[in-house]
Design a protein around this ligand. Structure first.
Ligand SMILES: [Zn+2]
Ligand SMILES: [Zn+2]
Length: 154
């Protein structure tokens, strides 16, 4: 009966991951990390929706606090697409970038263009040491492109 759950992240592994990042393991943190592994690029609101049944008495604010702690510990990456609330994901440390659909807000990961941070060099660094560059490629996803071309040819 447990075939469907065999590919899901194991709670022990989640606890280990949280502990290894230097944070205390709590039930809400485990639930939030599990939700985020299943739903990458989620807002705090979406994660809250996912965990609220499991965690009685939790709030969006509490989830947001956990996500902020995870981000600070390097366990989670925060991504701020234009015109959307902050999104969070578990894929960290690879300096990957994002493709964002301007019509339906679909988000896809795309590997770092160069292969390592900072990927891009600014035309003028103003004396800064550049550590990373976040690139957002705005466009139309495949599905929205199909809709657009159908609109053009009724
Ligand atoms: Zn789209
Ligand atoms: Zn991503």
């Amino acid at each position: 009966m447990s075939t469907a759950s065999s590919s899901l992240p194991d709670t022990d592994l989640l606890r280990q991951t949280i502990r290894a990042s230097g944070l205390k393991v709590t039930a809400p943190r485990v639930a939030v990390l599990r939700a985020l592994q299943r739903l990458p690029h989620s807002s705090a609101e979406r994660v809250f929706d996912r965990v609220k049944d499991e965690l009685a008495g939790t709030s969006t604010q509490a989830v947001y606090g956990i996500l902020a702690a995870f981000t600070g510990a390097g366990l989670v990456r925060r991504f701020d697409p234009p015109g959307s609330p902050a999104l969070f994901e578990c894929r960290v440390g690879d300096n990957h970038h994002h493709l964002v659909c301007i019509r339906c807000s679909a988000i896809r990961d795309v590997d770092c263009v160069i292969g390592e941070a900072p990927c891009l060099e600014p035309s003028d660094d103003a004396g800064f040491v550049i550590l990373s560059a976040e690139v957002t490629f705005n466009g139309l996803c495949e599905q929205c492109r199909t809709i657009s071309s159908t609109d053009d040819n009724p």
